[in-house]
Design a protein. Structure first.
Length: 220
């Protein structure tokens, strides 16, 4: 039964477009908070964290590549993996020869859509199956990424299960990847249900569960 509940949680979280910052992370934590109470932290853009700096917040509403007939051959609405994570906004029409510089595929796995990001370098792009790219004829394409990069916050959350002693066991999981079940929604689900189970008893050690974006989130 617990396995079925965890699977159902992954199904709810999977469609959300997550990144190292943004509303997708907050929506993820809101859902997790239905299972265990969370203390949510918002760390402002520009905050120095060791030798890292909290970046601008990224949010995206829509993105697509449309052919000359207006057909969306690549569509963010179908999968959040289709957009290079942290893409800057773009609205342009360009030939396929120019667009190719911003397209990412896996030629050895022609039916798969890769996951790519550009967190710390201003860039834009799309990820698509090699089969889709091979079927795109030369010509002009409309390219739209409706996103924003602006000062905001990095969001993470904690849940603490008090133990008999103050010594802590830390369980950390990442909340930053979109549409990836094994990395990292399975980890979020297991951590959530482990926290809920431990809360029903008094463990020897104190357990601190951390739900944060990878790298910069964990460092923060």
């Amino acid at each position: 039964a617990a396995g079925e509940e965890m699977y159902a949680l992954v199904e709810r979280l999977y469609p959300l477009c997550r990144s190292i910052t943004g509303d997708g992370v907050r929506a993820t934590l809101e859902i997790v908070g239905e299972y265990v109470p969370l203390q949510v932290h918002e760390v402002p853009t520009g905050t120095q964290v060791l030798d890292w700096t909290v970046p601008q917040e990224w949010n995206i509403r829509d993105a697509y590549i449309a052919d000359s007939d207006g057909n969306r051959v690549v569509d963010f609405a179908e999968s959040s993996l289709h957009v290079l994570g942290y893409s800057v906004p773009v609205s342009a029409t360009m030939p396929l020869s120019e667009l190719r510089e911003h397209l990412h595929t896996l030629p050895d796995q022609p039916s798969w859509v890769p996951y790519r990001t550009s967190y710390y370098k201003p860039e834009w792009g799309f990820c698509l199956a090699q089969d889709t790219l091979d079927a795109m004829p030369d010509g002009e394409y409309e390219v739209v990424i409706d996103s924003t990069l602006a000062d905001g916050h990095l969001t993470y959350a904690e849940h603490v299960v008090p133990g008999q002693v103050a010594d802590e066991v830390i369980v950390s999981c990442h909340t930053c990847h979109p549409a990836l079940a094994n990395d990292n929604m399975a980890g979020v689900a297991v951590a959530t249900f482990l926290a809920r189970e431990l809360a029903q008893q008094t463990p020897y050690c104190t357990y601190r569960f951390i739900f944060a974006p990878g790298t910069i989130g964990a460092i923060t």
